[in-house]
Design a protein around this ligand. Structure first.
Ligand SMILES: [Zn+2]
Length: 500
């Protein structure tokens, strides 16, 4: 009898332990940070620091991000209220000469994400932005632990990965992330979650990872002195913390009325216009990012598959409407920036398409074709395949008896992998981002202010230099952004740039 009792007692202890490893990780790290009570008592936090930001999706080459120096960063967090605001000043270390400091004011109030411009105008950001900013609250030790210790949190899959203990956490609201803890110190080493997007986002599902280092003592808590954020393999922020203020004044973190009362902006339905700008050449415009369709005797070529599946899908539908039955053989990508490559997966769905891009983008697009996109499932996910890629180093020609297209690499500081497309017979030049002609003013627009300076076009001189060097004869600029203009408009913009 005694033996049986002991046996049952031992079994109960073991059953009690079966759910314990994940709890043990959370409880251990809570103790290491200063104790669950102290963590749950942190209602607000102000994190100040300096560091660097990486310019995701707009870098000069596809392998590493361009860096903006963050001269001042203040992050106000209201953990209890689900609000936060990031106010920072940053300055580019790349691109156009004489970069000006940019002030950012990025907020979250519940499910309302908003941005406040320098002039005080608040606009609401997309639902995906709100989701990403809500996740940022968990991408910090206090926020992660508050969620893990909170009512309704589900802890699962405790495991060891190298020198770290990991546990998956699902909050009562359904947000999911993984907390990694240093097995020795028990301090959080990183938080990882997943993100994606359906606009200007060629990379499908991507990890968001925030690393914590250099823990210091603040009011009996241990808080990280260095916070490094990555999207996929790209470092998007690296902040050295100079000051933490626990439960201090965070000001008013409520979303401004203008943002709160507005609907979260959604993707506008794609609208594709077509204009035959030379025989067998159609300008496919209608929104922010244009494409150009070119007809050869036996096939078609399309310049640019921009933004996303919806835009590029609509462009491809227009191509089929304009030239039914003729196969699309080539899609030219001007450069790797996310807004210009976001529709490439959609273009790859088409049978027999070869992607023409700069040699520096080959691995980028090969990887894009391998990536899952489960959060925003696309057509390519249903039938993924290895892409056919024709790389361009300096020059590539598409030519048949009917016409010639000359595709050139153009040296510039906007993107190292930039291509322009020249039509020698038609004297057209297609370019992206190097010169965005301003749209003509609307009929009812007020007259422009006298002596108002024309918009800067910092990359336009690179076009003039390349046109001169290659001896191209250009009559019209066919831009991916903005209206078609005479080449002299670009020359004038470049001249102003060089004298300013
Ligand atoms: Zn660009």
């Amino acid at each position: 009898m005694r033996r049986t009792t002991l046996f049952f007692a031992a079994t109960l202890v073991l059953v009690g332990c079966a759910s314990a490893p994940e709890k043990a990780i959370v409880n251990g790290t809570a103790s290491a940070l200063g104790g669950a009570d102290k963590i749950l008592a942190v209602n607000t936090l102000v994190i100040e620091g300096t560091g660097e930001n990486g310019n995701l999706g707009q870098s000069q080459n596809p392998d590493a991000l361009n860096v903006l120096k963050v001269t001042e960063s203040k992050r106000y967090i209201d953990f209890a209220g689900g609000r936060q605001r990031l106010e920072q000043t940053r300055i580019a270390t790349f691109g156009a000469p004489n970069p000006q400091p940019q002030k950012q004011n990025l907020g979250l109030d519940g499910d309302v994400a908003y941005n406040v411009a320098a002039n005080g105008t608040a606009t609401r950001a997309a639902a995906q932005v709100a989701k990403d900013r809500r996740m940022e609250l968990y991408h910090y030790p206090i926020g992660a632990l508050r969620a893990a210790l909170g009512a309704g949190a589900q802890l699962s899959n405790p495991r060891k990965e190298g020198g770290e203990d990991a546990v998956d956490i699902a909050t009562a609201q359904g947000d999911k992330f993984t907390l990694f803890v240093d097995s020795g110190t028990k301090l959080p080493s990183k938080v990882v979650s997943m993100t994606s997007n359906n606009i200007n986002w060629p990379i499908g599902d991507a990890t968001l990872e925030t690393d914590f280092a250099n823990y210091t003592d603040v009011n009996g808590l241990k808080l990280p002195g260095r916070i490094t954020s990555k999207t996929d393999k790209f470092t998007t922020a690296d902040i050295q913390v100079s000051k933490n203020t626990v439960n201090g004044d965070v000001g008013n973190l409520a979303a401004p009325d203008a943002a709160k009362s507005a609907a979260a902006p959604d993707l506008p339905p794609p609208m594709v216009t077509s204009e035959e700008i030379a025989k067998g050449v159609w300008y496919l415009a209608g929104q922010s990012h244009h494409s150009v369709l070119v007809e050869f005797n036996d096939y078609l070529a399309l310049i640019e598959a921009p933004q996303n599946e919806a835009r590029t899908g609509a462009v491809l539908a227009k191509v089929k409407e304009l030239r039914p039955g003729k196969p699309l053989k080539y899609v030219v990508n001007t450069h790797h920036h996310f807004d210009h490559s976001g529709g490439v997966r959609r273009a790859m769905v088409e049978d027999g398409v070869t992607l023409i891009t700069h040699a520096g983008n080959k691995e980028f697009f090969e990887e894009i074709a391998k990536r899952p996109s489960t959060m925003y499932p696309d057509l390519f996910s249903k039938a993924p395949k290895a892409p056919t890629i024709q790389t361009v180093t300096d020059k590539y020609e598409l030519k048949d008896a009917s016409r010639t297209l000359e595709i050139y690499h153009i040296p510039n500081v906007h993107s190292e992998t930039m291509l322009i497309v020249y039509f020698p017979a038609e004297r057209l030049l297609v370019e992206a981002d190097l010169f965005n002609p301003p749209a003509p003013p609307a009929a009812n627009a007020p007259p422009p202010a006298p002596n108002a300076p024309p918009p800067a076009a910092p990359f336009s001189p690179s076009v003039v230099q390349t046109v001169q060097k290659l001896g191209l004869r250009v009559d019209r600029i066919v831009p991916i952004h903005g209206p078609i203009v005479p080449y002299r408009d670009l020359q004038a913009a470049a001249a102003r740039q060089q004298t300013s």
